[in-house]
Each structure stands twice: as C-alpha cells, then as structure tokens.
Design a binder for this molecule. Sequence first.
Ligand SMILES: [Zn+2]
Ligand SMILES: [Zn+2]
Length: 322
Amino acid sequence: MHTSESRRRALSYGCVLGGIAVAGLAAPIWVAAHGLSRVEISAFFLFYLLSSVGQGIGLHRYFSHRSFETSKAGRRLLAILAIMSMQGPIIAWVADHRRHHAHTDRCGDPHSPHADASCRPLTGWRGLWHAQLGWLFDGSFTDPDVYASDIVNDRFLRTLDQTRLLWYAASILALPALYGLALGGVEHVLGTVLIAGALRAFVFSQSILALNSIGHTRGGQRFAQANTSRNNALVALFTLGEGWHNNHHRFPRSAHVGVAWYEIDPLGGIVRMFEIFGLVWNVRRIPPHLLAERQADPIVSGPDGGRAPNTRRARGRAAEPA
Ligand SMILES: [Zn+2]
Ligand SMILES: [Zn+2]
C-alpha cells in the first residue's frame, strides 16, 4: 500500500509541478508579445496572496501546528484555500510536515538537504535537489495514521484531497480567467491565466519548497538547535514570513515567526487581523521570557562548515511541541 501511495504521489506531483513549470515558462513569452497591464499584475499579487494564506496560515500554522482556533466555517475556508495553493493533499502535507519537525535533518526527515530517504548523508547540490524536489519522487511515504491522526478521518478534508485536481483547475484556470474577464475583458483572459495562474503557481510552489532546501542551508541562526534551520530574508519575502525558519523550528506552535523588528511576517500580521475581527482565537505566541532565554544561547561552528547547532545543549532542553 505504501509503495502504491508513494507512486501515486510521485505521479501526481510530477504532473502538477511539470504542468505548472511548462505553463509558467509560457507566461514570459506571452508578456514579451503582449506586454503587461494592471489586470495581469494585480491578479498575480492577489492569487499569490491567496495561495500564501492557504499554505502558510491554513496548511502550516493551522492544520499542522494548531497555532490558533477558528470556527467550522473558518476551518473550511482555510482548507479550501489550502487545497487551492496546490501543495498536494492536505492530510499528506500535514503528515510530511510533522515528520519533518519530528526528525529534522536526521534519518526520517522526508525532505532534508542533509539525509535522503534511505538515511544516506547528502551534501552540496545533491542535498539541495533532494530537499527542493527529489524527495517528492523518492518512493517514501508518511503514514497519516501516525502523524496526522487528528485529521486523517476528517470527511471535509478527505473530500478536498480526493477532488484536488478540480480545485487546482479552479486555482490555475477558472478563477484567474474570471478575474481577467471581469476586469479587463476577453483579451486579458489568456494573459491572466498564464501570469496569475501558471506563473504564480510555479513561483509560489518553488518558494515553499525552498524552505526545505535554502531554509536548511543558507541564512542566519538566531537560535541554537539540534537542526540546521535558517532565517533567510529572501525566502521570507517570497513566502510572506515563512522564511524565518530557524525561529519557526524553535517555536513551531507560535502563529507569529518574526522575532526582531526587521523579521517581517505578513502572514503573522494577517492572523493578528483575523484575531482582532474575532475570526480566530487562542492564538499561540512565543512567551517573552522564553524568547529572552533562548536568544542568549550560543551558536557554535558545526561540521557542515557553517554555523551549526550546539546539539548537546539543545537536546538537553525540553523541546517545543510541534
Ligand atoms: Zn524545516
Ligand atoms: Zn512547521
């Protein structure tokens, strides 16, 4: 069963990512021929924002880490935005992500740049490739009964997962086409589909996957931990805050990942806005006293040649629950 599941995953991701990449590459050709108008540009940013809310707030901070609570309607809306962000089935994504937190950079991490599915060490470009895309096709499988037992039998999520290709079509084709038609007329439909559908989905998906590769190899480490997670401003820019990945690994249940004033976390700001309007509640934050303690931890040089965690000290502390 695991083998067929992993084959199905590889085929599904291959078709979706390959299709998005080909269509996304057609967008610049269309722009060169037709130019860009405010319709295509505004559509790109609007659908990029909706994907970010679905993935960063829905899939990640809500379904994976339970960083806040919301109503049944809020949960369903986040689930719809999550499936339309085209990161694969919701339940499988949550299971993979929780396994990543449980085994970060060690044997069992589904997408580490430092170890593959057979626990062989990885370095350099091979590691980056595995963490970015290779892991989707390595035949591994995360058991949702183990890592996502709280949602594995959620009928609404299961229905979305089973019908995900329809939601992908709405995200990449139907809704951008409607936007182009409504705001610009029929001559803007193809351009909006290519730019706000395909190109947006391509840039967004690769940015999220960069959290696995660049987010564990390039950037600063505010907190010493038994993993190589990094804070990377460029990844944070493209993921609307998710790139403060070292902060996130230290406090995975916090709905806000920015610690310093310059660690701008737009998705955390949106959660705060939802909270002010009463749409979400019991929002988890980093306790200030814990933050002060943990920032005082030293960071030592590691075997990867960069700044690596002080493993002994980090293991000696109680880990933040995922
Ligand atoms: Zn990570
Ligand atoms: Zn996480």
